[in-house]
Structures are given as structure tokens and as C-alpha cells.
Design a protein around this ligand. Structure first.
Ligand code: SAM
Length: 299
């Protein structure tokens, strides 16, 4: 455990999908005046430099936010893409994209002081939790943001249901441990019993592993059993031609080509918003073989 550092992946295509959806959900939930509680069970370091050793090692943002910002779409971005790009630009006032905001900072930027919205952050990694604490301190957000170096699945238990009965739970593990897939499903099942009307957002990697394949199916079943609506979106940017295996040669590691988000009790507007932007996003981020996008709902 703890070999995963989100800094290597910050701003990649999976972050683009996740943070774009997160913004859409938060905008919807903060449209009502009642206080909102957000729990980010796997928060990461909070802020990432796109020009440091981490980001430079993998260059994953080159297939994500960097590519998107350099594309013609960035000049006149549709709906959610525009809101996502505005968010990233907010952290880069000089105009050069050096900083990438992770989920805690994307969320905090949209919370309201006057409504007494609250954000709880959990991060277990010793180094990333220290970095997160430092970044959060700089926010001077006072009691709006609470941070714990604890297991997010465990910590969530004590926070549900939130006092105002309005809440969003973001579950975004690194899936370093195979057991994370089962823990996500168990967490959703248990949480829906305690707080059935909360919005839950799970991110997962689309990789050739039975647990990853099974997770969205399991989450659909759990949502249907609880009688709650759900939304599932996948963005697959495909494999670039130079990464396709040549017979007799060892292919280089393709990296992550696809990821998904699964939401229980999603905003009713989200399906249409995603259907509007995902094809355009894929046109920019798509690399070729296998690229596709999916938005499905149920419940
Ligand atoms: N949510 C972040 C974002 O979008 O910016 C990225 C999070 S990253 C994918 C997952 C993080 O979860 C890692 O920083 C990892 O150290 C942390 N982690 C792993 N297991 C955890 C657990 N059981 N509880 C809390 N944090 C955990």
C-alpha cells in the first residue's frame, strides 16, 4: 500500500471526467439554500504542480487538461467543459497552467460560507496527508474544512446522515488494493441505509480486472435494490497507434485508457449535460482504437 501518489496522474483524462462531473453535481446541490455537507473519502494532496517531478515523470496531463486547454474547444467550450476549464483557470491566474486542483480544492471553491456548507477530507498517505494539511491551511477556510488522516471508508460512517440531510460523498480510491472494489460496494450499501437521499459519486478505473468490471454492475444492483436513481458515465480515450503492440515486440505499457463515474441520486440534469459534452470532449482527448463514451441512467 501507499505506492500510489495522485501527483503522477493529476490532470489526466480520468481527472477531467471526474472533476467535470464533480463540478456539475456541486453546482446543482448548492443551488438550494440549505447547508450541504461534502465528504471526500480519498482526498489526495489537494493541489498538484503540473511542472514538477511527479507530473513530468508520466506526463499524463498531456493526454488530459493540457491537451484540452490547447484545443480549439477551449476557446468556446460547451456547458460543463467551460465550467471545468474556468475552475482550472481560477487556480492559474497568470494564464500558464502550472497548478492542477484536486477534488478537495474543486469542491471548496464551490462551497458557500453563508450557507454553512461543510467539507470533510480523509487522506491516509503520510506524505500526501501532510501536503493536504498545508494546502488546506493556506485556504484559511476555518471550520468549513475538516481534515483527518484516517481511513475514509471508516471515517464516513460517523458523518452520515449529515445534520442538514443534504450531502455529497465522493469515493475515489486508488484501487491499489484489490479489496477497494468490495469496500466501495459495501460502503455504498451501508451508506444508503443510513442516508438514502444523499448523492454518492464513485470513480473507478476501466481496466481488465474482474473486480473493476463488476463494480458498476454491483453499484447498479445496489441502487436498484434501494430504489434510488443512478447514472453511469464512461470515457475511453482509446490507445494511440504508437502504443499498439507490434507482433514479436513487447508493447510499452498503455497506461489507463478509460475510467468511469457512478452516481447514486445524481442531479436530474446531469445525463443531458454529459450527453452534450462527452462527444466533443472525446473528439479532443480521443487517441484512436477503442475510444468511446457512455452515459446511462436507471432506477
Ligand atoms: N480524490 C482526489 C482527487 O480527485 O483529486 C484523488 C484521490 S487518489 C485517486 C486516492 C487517494 O486515496 C490517494 O491519495 C491515497 O493515498 C488515498 N487513500 C488510499 N486508501 C485510503 C483510505 N482507505 N482512506 C483514505 N485515503 C486513502
Amino acid at each position: 500500500m501507499f505506492s500510489y501518489r495522485h501527483g503522477f496522474h493529476a490532470g489526466n483524462h480520468a481527472d477531467v471526467l471526474k472533476h467535470m462531473v464533480l463540478i456539475a453535481v456541486l453546482k446543482h446541490l448548492t443551488a438550494k439554500p440549505t447547508a450541504l455537507t461534502v465528504v471526500d473519502t480519498h482526498a489526495g494532496a489537494g493541489l498538484y504542480r503540473l511542472d514538477d517531478d511527479f507530473a513530468g515523470t508520466s506526463g499524463e496531463s498531456l493526454d488530459g487538461i493540457v491537451k484540452l486547454l490547447a484545443s480549439p474547444l477551449a476557446a468556446d467550450p460547451p456547458g460543463l467543459v467551460g465550467e471545468y476549464l474556468d475552475m482550472v483557470r481560477r487556480f492559474n491566474p497568470s494564464g500558464k497552467t502550472r497548478i492542477y486542483p484536486g477534488s478537495p480544492f474543486v469542491t471548496q471553491a464551490l462551497l458557500r460560507k453563508e450557507a454553512r456548507d461543510k467539507l470533510w477530507l480523509f487522506e491516509l498517505h503520510p506524505t500526501d496527508s501532510k501536503a493536504l494539511a498545508t494546502h488546506v491551511e493556506q485556504l484559511e477556510a476555518g471550520r468549513q474544512v475538516g481534515m483527518k488522516r484516517e481511513d475514509g471508508f471508516e471515517g464516513l460512517r460517523a458523518l452520515l446522515p449529515p445534520p442538514s440531510r443534504r450531502g455529497l460523498v465522493l469515493i475515489d480510491p486508488s484501487y491499489e488494493i484489490k479489496n477497494d472494489y468490495a469496500r466501495v460496494a459495501a460502503c455504498i450499501q451501508e451508506s444508503l441505509k443510513k442516508f438514502a437521499t444523499g448523492t454518492y459519486m464513485v470513480w473507478y478505473p476501466v481496466i481488465p480486472r474482474p473486480e473493476a468490471h463488476e463494480l458498476p454492475r454491483r453499484l447498479k444492483t445496489l441502487s436498484n435494490q434501494a430504489g434510488r436513481p443512478w447514472l453511469h458515465a464512461v470515457l475511453n480515450i482509446g490507445q494511440s497507434p504508437e502504443r499498439v503492440a507490434v507482433p514479436g515486440e513487447t508493447a510499452p505499457r498503455p497506461g489507463l485508457t478509460a475510467s468511469g463515474v457512478f452516481l447514486v441520486n445524481p442531479p436530474h440534469t446531469l445525463k443531458a449535460e454529459l450527453q452534450q459534452v462527452l462527444p466533443a470532449l472525446l473528439e479532443v482527448l480521443g487517441r484512436g482504437r477503442g475510444q468511446m463514451q457512455v452515459v446511462e441512467t436507471g432506477g
